[in-house]
Design a protein around this ligand. Structure first.
Ligand code: BGC
Length: 344
């Protein structure tokens, strides 16, 4: 079931919201600004519903947001060192919006534009197809890029995010979703008791600016080891700020949809499993949340949520040894991520 309405307007342009509801009464709310997931009501072990996605009540807050709440992130998610890369001998200079580096698509990334939205309803699912044409040269990237992001809520209690993109000029693409989760509810304080497992044995080492050094390091015997379910808070104090690191996922075949991570909140009993076709996942514990005001006047502080951003490795355009993010005309960029909800 889908309900549609107007979330707000920007320069006379309506930003729509869509509320998707499945047969278990799970509700997902998406908006056409940033093709963002702005709410997700799921039951706990006693059947009580809570909204487990951080975000805002109004459009203006999304326009001014600097945390990428719920947004689709692109053209290239994560960081690109010194905001530049070279393709076929041509150097492309990108918008620098994170010190000297490029972060999450630049100053006006895919999170800051209005997408065309088309809802659909089928027998066991419903969703919204978002489309956006990123023009040649936008934020410095070459080629017109036609991007489609489809959110589907299924009767199996899954949210599927399906991305594809085509270009008319060789370019780079790495899309993700930047939802902040707190399985106890968006306004429930820290996530230290949430347990997480990540299907990964190694991370890309990064420097002080969170740019990969190129070295791949095993997680064994480090605070980064989540090969078995472990509370997010157990080793977090051993790190400067918290977790903000790219995990390389175990895959039998590249691009196969396979298990990436599982999070369990013992208090509410809520479980979220993530499957993805992507080779990596950024685990981020909201280290830069600074008390800003969110939905229902919530105050979102450091470590009040976590993100699990399925993607290619950070700074891939400058690391030929990493899985490639290059897209050429005639090929289709594809990425599927599934979030599955249950209780224990
Ligand atoms: C990055 C963080 C960054 C945050 C911005 C995350 O994906 O890993 O370093 O600060 O996005 O909200």
């Amino acid at each position: 079931m889908i309900k549609k309405g107007i979330f707000g307007t920007i320069a006379d342009k309506d930003v729509d919201f869509f509320i998707l509801k499945n047969k278990s009464a799970i509700e997902a709310k998406v908006i056409s600004y940033g093709a963002a997931l702005v709410g997700l009501e799921v039951p706990d072990k006693n059947g009580s519903f809570a909204d487990i996605i951080l975000g805002y009540d109004d459009l203006n807050s999304y326009i001014n947001d600097t945390c990428y709440h719920g947004s689709t992130v692109g053209r290239v998610a994560n960081r690109i060192a010194n905001a530049k890369f070279t393709l076929d001998g041509i150097e492309y200079k990108l918008a620098a919006n994170n010190g000297p580096n490029h972060l999450h698509g630049g100053k006006t990334g895919f999170n800051k534009v209005i997408w065309n939205a088309q809802p659909f309803e089928e027998k066991e699912c419903c969703g919204v197809v978002f489309k956006y044409r990123s023009p040649d040269g936008e934020q410095g990237y070459p080629g017109n890029l036609d991007v489609t992001v489809t959110y589907t809520l299924t009767d199996d209690n899954e949210i599927k995010i399906d991305y594809n993109a085509v270009t008319d000029k060789k370019t780079v693409v790495n899309l993700t979703n930047h939802s902040y989760f707190n399985l106890a509810g968006h306004n429930s304080g820290d996530i230290y008791s949430h347990k997480i497992q990540i299907n990964s044995e190694s991370i890309t080492e990064s420097d002080a600016f969170l740019i990969p050094t190129g070295k791949i390091i095993p997680v064994k015997d480090t605070p980064y080891d989540f090969t078995e379910l472990k509370p997010m808070g157990r080793d977090i104090d051993k790190l400067d700020m918290g977790y903000d690191i790219n995990y390389i996922l175990n895959k039998a075949l590249p691009m196969e949809l396979s298990f990436a991570a599982k999070v369990y909140d013992p208090q509410s009993g809520r479980v979220m499993e993530i499957l993805t076709s992507e080779p990596a996942i950024q685990f981020y514990t909201g280290n830069f949340l600074n008390g800003s005001t969110g939905k229902d006047d919530a105050s979102y502080k450091k470590h009040n949520a976590f993100c699990l951003e399925t993607q290619h490795y950070p700074d891939s355009p400058n690391h030929p040894e990493f899985p490639s993010v290059v897209l050429i005309p005639g090929e289709v960029y594809r990425h599927l991520t599934v979030h599955k909800f249950s209780v224990l």
